[in-house]
Design a protein around this ligand. Sequence first.
Ligand SMILES: Cc1cc2nc3c(=O)[nH]c(=O)nc-3n(C[C@H](O)[C@H](O)[C@H](O)COP(=O)(O)O)c2cc1C
Ligand code: SF4
Ligand code: SF4
Length: 443
Amino acid sequence: MATKSIDLSVRWRGITFPNPVITGSSEIADDAWSTERCLANGVGGVVTKTYTYQPEMRTRPKPYHAHFAKFGLPDSWITFVRLDTKPWELALKQELPKMVGMCKKAKVPLIGSIAQTPEPERMLEMALGFENVGCDALEVDSSCPQTDWVKDDIPQGTTCGESHELMERTIKLLAERIDIPVIYKLSPLFEPPAYFAKIWLEAGADAITAHNAPTGMMIDIEKEEPFCAPYVCGYLPGRAYVPISIGRIVEIKRAFPDAVIMGLGGVYEPQDVIMYLLAGSLTAGAVSSAYQHGREIFPKLVGGLEDWMAHKGYTSVEQFAGKALERVGEPAPESHPIPFPIPELPSDIIAKVNIDSCTFCNLCVVCPYEAIEISSLEQTLDIDADRCWGCGYCVGLCPEADTLYMIDVNTDEVVWDNKGIAKALEPIGTRSSTAKTADELIA
Ligand SMILES: Cc1cc2nc3c(=O)[nH]c(=O)nc-3n(C[C@H](O)[C@H](O)[C@H](O)COP(=O)(O)O)c2cc1C
Ligand code: SF4
Ligand code: SF4
């Protein structure tokens, strides 16, 4: 168990989050009742559900959650919830003062969320209300996948956030009139992320939340029609989203190292929180995992982070925040300046097995080149060196540590063991000299 000397807090613009695991905007914290439950579960920050002055955005069809469990996607679904059901003025009078009070008592920052709309002046009215009620910061949902109805009113794209002119006007207006930090929320559908970040940051955005959920659709193959909703819409969360969201955050951080990013998307495990922090995100938000597993997921995420810090010997988050960015290469592998050879067989890099720790589970037999032959009966696993292209697919599938790995046949050096960066892909100038031989790896 972790020790008390670990400080999990993160700070930004005078705001202290007691730990970096926060709620993402959603029904997880949309009134005093739900906020109290988040606080009781140890969240480090609360982002409210998004409020709007547009009554049509407060509507929702029923059903509005269509789970994908029957499609074999146990942690994914599509939701058509839209924005908060209460008028924002009413929420400001009834729920927000209570939410502010309980967050202040718990010393947990409260970030009010308001919707991006085509009318920045009316957004300012809402923003002033949220500032005056005592929110520590404001998040502007500029990426709600449900706002495609406004497309006639904006010059391009399907959500307000895709209109650069509208975003610049909004960001400048709020920066001029609102004292608390204002954070703008990106959609994973806004490409390329660094281009949007540039426009938003240069206009005066204090931080960027990355990311909202994309839209999507499933097809019911028995009925031969769309599943639940006949529209490409809704929020589509799920754990598979982690690498997409982190990849985009890394792109923004590389372009703007000082940008403050509040990452979320697919956070289901403590390791997801840690990955976001290592990628340079200030916080790691969670929504769909709290639906799927209840708000009890929050102490598990925080506890897992603390245990990992103890294991690594870290006593504060800043000691490792953004550390993985130092090992991000320039440029991307497809235009890597190292002259990779055109592959041919036999390959100089092939998979190798440590038969002593192989459990003969057969997972790796799916080698796309049929280079692996396993006999559970005879307890043998043969990798045909004349067929193995050194692609690495099998190594990622093996559930046993240091059992299947890639070697350089000329030197017997381990070039990838399913951990960290593979040797041939290391950024130039950062190549480690710690490569082991196969014997050293399994020793
Ligand atoms: C049920 C539900 C409601 C959501 N409501 C909002 C919202 O009102 N405003 C907003 O900015 N994002 C909203 N989101 C998006 C989440 O804040 C978050 O960006 C997205 O779901 C990715 O995180 P996750 O994978 O942890 O769910 C909602 C997501 C879900 C699943
Ligand atoms: S590295 Fe690729 S080609 Fe070689 S055995 Fe594994 S899956 Fe097959
Ligand atoms: S996946 Fe790993 S443990 Fe399973 S058969 Fe292959 S080498 Fe052995």
